[in-house]
Design a protein. Structure first.
Length: 403
């Protein structure tokens, strides 16, 4: 089978996903087009250089509706002969775009693809598209649906994680993210966003709160306790599914959960011949990809079984991997991954994660693949794994190996 290589990976800074966020004036299509243009210019792509643009975004309504991928191509400087495919695997949409592209290349369906995603959470609100599992009573009852924050608290309760542990992970995420920015570790990948007059809008993740400490987090109220304990009483739904739990321990709040932000990311994937044609040197090969379905109530444990699957499929063990990017949707998600595989916390999200920098849903999967690649190069390591939990109970993973 043909090898699929990563030739480049870029992302925008993450802007605060609200009306006073720096990227609020930028539409999803425009931010996507800016990202595509940057990838085109950096790699001197001309004509029908890639087979397709596969683009993930989660809330596919209004300006993020239709086939956003094709709209982004037409708004960009890419040749109009390049089509676009919009996909949605919730929080793993950007990663699934990369995985689909890699597997298309491996299967011989074209020499190269651009894959990634976007989410402008300050312009198109999360959940504004509706979701059958949440709004269809028959399905919600059948699956014991609870909101994601409740699911994160179920993980904490089931696996014995405390509020103090979650807050400590959040403080460390902020510290690592600040250290990474101070050390210019994102310089290779982060592209500045400018307005139509060329004036700089944003060139740095703006959600970060580097002054965060245990005391400031300790003053925050648990975000999901009220919806769990009062009407509609999601705690009772959870305990119907998990009757061995006497109560749900609500430990998550805004400070130890991922931030609502805007952003986009793109990865250039191709075979050996593509690189030779454009004079590009591959940075890594996509060794393997995986996805899996999991319990839809606890919902967010997917990184554990999908990692087990990708390791088993490739005859590997966890110690064969040097670095990990585990999306910090909630603190308990990362703590459960570390607990399950007994991995050194130092090799998991060494530059911080979504708790510190934010989680632009459709883009995050592509972002953490790029971050993983940059860090493998910085530390001169060989093999890494990026993985995410996914709404409705799924997990996705991408394994990359430097070349």
């Amino acid at each position: 089978m043909t090898e699929a290589y990563i030739y480049d990976a870029i992302r925008t800074p993450r802007g605060k996903g609200r009306k006073d966020g720096s990227l609020h004036e930028v539409t999803s299509v425009r931010l996507s087009a800016l990202t595509l243009n940057a990838l085109k210019e950096r790699n001197n792509l001309e004509g029908h250089a890639v087979e397709d643009v596969i683009w993930g975004n989660v809330t596919q309504v209004m300006e993020q509706g239709g086939c956003l991928a094709r709209s982004a191509v037409l708004a960009s400087d890419l040749d109009e002969s390049i089509p676009g495919l919009a996909i949605n695997r919730f929080c793993a949409s950007g990663m699934e775009a990369v995985n689909l592209a890699a597997n298309q290349v491996k299967g011989g369906a074209g020499q190269a693809y651009i894959a990634g995603g976007v989410e402008m959470m300050g312009r198109v609100a999360m959940g504004s598209d509706g979701a059958a599992i949440a709004v269809d009573p028959s399905l919600a009852m059948e699956t014991y649906f609870v909101p994601q924050g409740i699911s994160a608290d179920i993980i904490a309760t089931e696996y014995g994680f405390t509020r103090e542990q979650a807050d400590a992970l959040a403080v460390e995420s902020q510290r690592r993210a600040k250290a990474a920015w101070d050390d210019n570790r994102f310089a290779k990948s982060v592209i500045p966003v400018r307005d139509q007059n060329g004036i700089l809008i944003l060139d740095r993740d703006e959600y970060m709160r580097p002054g965060t400490d245990m005391q400031s987090l300790g003053a925050l109220n648990a975000s999901f306790q009220m919806m769990g304990e009062q009407m509609p009483g999601f705690d009772k739904v959870a305990m119907m599914k998990y009757p061995h739990l006497e109560r749900i321990n609500h430990i998550h709040h805004a400070g130890n959960s991922s931030g609502i932000v805007d952003g986009a990311a793109a990865v250039l994937i191709g075979n050996k011949e593509f690189g030779e044609q454009y004079g590009l040197k591959p940075r890594a090969r996509i060794k393997a990809t995986a996805k899996i379905g999991t319990d839809p109530t606890i919902m967010l444990t997917g990184p554990v079984p999908v990692t087990q699957k990708i390791l088993a499929d490739n005859g590997m063990v966890i110690s064969d991997l040097d670095l990990f990017e585990v999306n910090e949707a909630f603190a308990s998600v990362v703590m459960r991954f570390q607990q399950a595989f007994d991995v050194d916390p130092a090799v998991v999200n060494p530059n911080g994660g979504s708790i510190a920098m934010g989680h632009p849903l459709g883009a995050t999967g592509a972002m953490i693949i790029g971050t993983l690649l940059d860090e493998l190069e910085r530390q001169d390591k060989e093999m890494g794994l990026a993985t995410l939990c996914i709404a409705s109970g799924m997990g996705a993973a991408t394994m990359i190996e430097r070349v």
